[in-house]
Design a protein around this ligand. Sequence first.
Ligand code: MG
Length: 375
Amino acid sequence: MAAALAPYAAIESNSRGRKYDEPSSKYRGEYQRDRDRIIHSTGFRRLVYKTQVFINHEGDLYRTRLTHSLEVSQIGRTIAVALQLNEALTEAICLAHDIGHTPFGHAGQDTLNMCMRDFGGFEHNLQSLRVVDVLEAKYADFAGLNLMFETREGILKHCSARNAHELGDVGERFLKRMQPSLEAQVSNIADAIAYNNHDVDDGFRAGLLSLSKLRTQSLFATHFDVVHERYPELDDRRLIYEIIRHMIGAVVSDLIEESRRRIDAAAPASIEDVRNAAQPLISMSDSMYEQHMSLKRFLRTHLYSHEQKLEMTRTVQAMINELFTTYMADETKMPAQFARAARKAEGIGRARVVADFIAGMTDRYAIAAHEALTA
Ligand code: MG
């Protein structure tokens, strides 16, 4: 496999390695092992019951955090292979990118962040790193999953300067304004491509987005025209799927071609050159980026901020707020290991234990925990 990698890809022999040295595996590369550790983790399994946009019980066919992560990974791997990047690393980053996400999607994350405002805040992306670095309890010899530097670098997509200082090695690039690996850059954009497209599908399924509304978006309209002309009799469901397939194909192709152009122009000879580049090298063309961003804004207005969603947001805010306040006041309301950790911790540390507990909850666990408070 190594022979097929471009010189600017993440290559195991140039890796910054793991925090704790481990003997290498007989059958798997180091990034394959990372991917497997993520798949076997508790945090990953929880994603199946965590909201992406639609709450789990709203319907069985909506994306969850888990199916979202799988779609991100599938898109990321296609791009990685096309650009001769490290597929296993890309897959590992994509699968783990939301592993620290709270229950109830962005409403959950925003509320927990508000609860934590006097205690250093809560940021789901940083929490994803915290899950793999600290919270997973799987190994006898160390806390966390002891992932490779490049996997951790990719999981941490953004970070405040204050947090960057505390993080050490993976925080460094935010202070020095350096780029992450191309695999990390691919994973980041694969995330955006995945949700833009699957949210069109889910929004249409929920009846919140109509074809006529969607056709105000040039990316959608272009492919609507192509598909409709070719299959004028197609029913709406299959029409939408066909359009989404076309949209993903178009954005991914554009991204691969534009990135290849930028990589050729910058001619990085190694991953260090990628990290030192002034700009990310993985990018859509300007015109595609504009259409992609326009669709993203459209979804924000018509889907994420839809009254039906806002109602859910208010319910979630009340629930998370109450859980946080209760556990802060009485740690014995949490399971024994969290109660013990909270008792031992002081000040901010206590709030962090509570945030870790709440963030780890699935939607249905949070609902049950909240019901238990008032029982
Ligand atoms: Mg995501």
